[in-house]
Design a protein around this ligand. Sequence first.
Ligand code: SF4
Ligand code: SF4
Length: 133
Amino acid sequence: MEEENVAKEEGSEIMPWINEKDCVGCGVCVENCPVGTISLENGVAIIDMVNCIHCGICHDICSEGAVKHDGEKIPDEVQANVTKTKEFMNSCAKYLGDSKEKQKCLNRMMKHFNKEKIVAEKTLEKLQMLKTE
Ligand code: SF4
Ligand code: SF4
């Protein structure tokens, strides 16, 4: 694979995932993945993310639009975080025997996600510095 084909315009570097419903098992992504980390299982492409280098080629060449961006999972991930927080709140109230624990739990979870946000922001700052190298 030529290097210019690997370089992608900004925004197309992705954490890819495959929507099984859209994959027709053509194998084009399998043939073109530069590190050979895509395989077909039961007629559907599967990515082994351990070896994926996030080049975006599979996303760009899939004619079915079956290879999706990480960004498309944001609503689901947000909802999962909300659901998990509600479960923790209920568990705190149940096991600590005080309904006030619900709000304490909520505050802890908000601190947790705020910490995650700060980690992401500071990581982005560091990554931005790599662009000048
Ligand atoms: S190129 Fe698209 S449709 Fe073909 S196997 Fe890969 S993900 Fe499935
Ligand atoms: S992003 Fe690149 S390395 Fe990762 S699965 Fe797709 S083609 Fe392979």
